[in-house]
Design a protein around this ligand. Structure first.
Ligand SMILES: NC(=O)C1=CN([C@@H]2O[C@H](COP(=O)(O)OP(=O)(O)OC[C@H]3O[C@@H](n4cnc5c(N)ncnc54)[C@H](O)[C@@H]3O)[C@@H](O)[C@H]2O)C=CC1
Ligand SMILES: O=C(O)C(=O)Cc1ccc(O)cc1
Length: 276
């Protein structure tokens, strides 16, 4: 079995490393567009060979899309002519709009997946060993898939050490919003708030663990996250409203010097870590 990966950045490059580590397939092929990325992928030896898209479609039993969520939709038309036995798996962070855009010709082949693991780094150099091990992957709307494609996706993620969670794409986007997309919006906001107020020398001299923890994901790729925020816009707007309510609450408690309520509010937040 051959597997083709379109997009060899953090997710695609790390996936290739996992496939090789567990000897899951005969060959891992890749497709990349820009000369600079191609050069990096070859230098890092991330795949057995890079192929033009048409060749990759012919050579591979499974094609993995590890590109930004709008690019996944943009590429779908080029995949309409794959063989009935070719499985397509996307790794996008959003699912509802992607699923809605899958052309009918490949709906049974196309498995919508979201690995719940990653880092703030991007590009081929960001690819790491063990990114997927022990982590969860959400598979969405599997009732729309042929048994062959569904089972292949389940098998491959389990073989690289992942736990499978099943969900419909609408619910997925709501949960992904609160667990991932809202935290990224908050981290970008915090980074900009602090940079607007503090000069770089103070930031270097004074940044402590808490600020570094909360701003780490503000280093994430603006290309990737603009697409995600656009695709999950409605859920994100609602979650920002709810977050603003909490900011208003804390503001009011401080303004009124209501430290008793403030402490209770903080104690409630502490309980999150009994779950995590
Ligand atoms: N970064 C993360 O932690 C996670 C990302 N994801 C999703 O995985 C996907 C990939 O993300 P990353 O690997 O982090 O991004 P990345 O930026 O590290 O890699 C994406 C690669 O795809 C290439 N690319 C973009 N459009 C392309 C196209 N049309 N054809 C061929 N190559 C193309 C880019 O040049 C880049 O090398 C995204 O859909 C993202 O939402 C999912 C879970 C975690
Ligand atoms: O770096 C982190 O902590 C992340 O949260 C990475 C991440 C980014 C996007 C996803 O869809 C899932 C995970």
């Amino acid at each position: 079995m051959n597997i083709g990966i379109i997009g060899l950045g953090l997710m695609g490059g790390s996936f290739s490393k996992a496939l090789k580590k567990y000897s899951i397939c005969d060959k891992v092929y890749g497709y990349a567009r820009t000369p600079k990325t191609i050069e990096k992928i070859l230098e890092l030896d991330l795949v057995d060979r890079l192929l033009p898209l048409d060749e990759l479609k012919k050579e591979c039993d499974i094609i993995v899309l590890a590109i930004p969520v709008d690019s996944i939709i943009g590429l779908m038309d080029d995949l309409k002519d794959v063989d009935d036995n070719t499985t397509i798996i996307d790794m996008g962070s959003t699912k509802e709009i992607i699923v809605k855009n899958i052309p009918q010709e490949i709906r049974k082949n196309f498995v919508a997946a979201h690995p719940m693991t990653g880092t703030e780094k991007f590009g081929p150099e960001a690819a790491i060993d063990y990114l997927y091990e022990g982590k969860a992957v959400v598979l969405c709307d599997l009732e729309e898939n042929d048994e062959l494609h569904k089972q292949r996706a389940i098998d491959i993620f389990q073989q690289i050490g992942m736990r499978i969670i099943y969900m419909n794409s609408k619910d997925h986007d709501i949960h992904a919003c609160y667990m991932s997309h809202l935290p990224h919006a908050i981290s970008y906001s915090l980074a900009n708030t602090v940079m607007n107020h503090e000069d770089p020398r103070s930031i270097i001299a004074l940044a402590a663990g808490g600020f570094k923890d909360m701003s780490r994901i503000a280093k994430s790729s603006p290309d990737m996250w603009t697409d995600i925020f656009r695709q999950n816009r409605n859920n994100l707007l609602k979650s920002i409203d709810l977050f603003e309510e909490n900011m208003k609450d804390v503001r009011q408690m401080i303004e009124k010097e209501d430290y008793k309520s403030l402490k209770e509010w903080m104690k409630k937040a502490n309980t999150l870590h009994e779950i995590l």
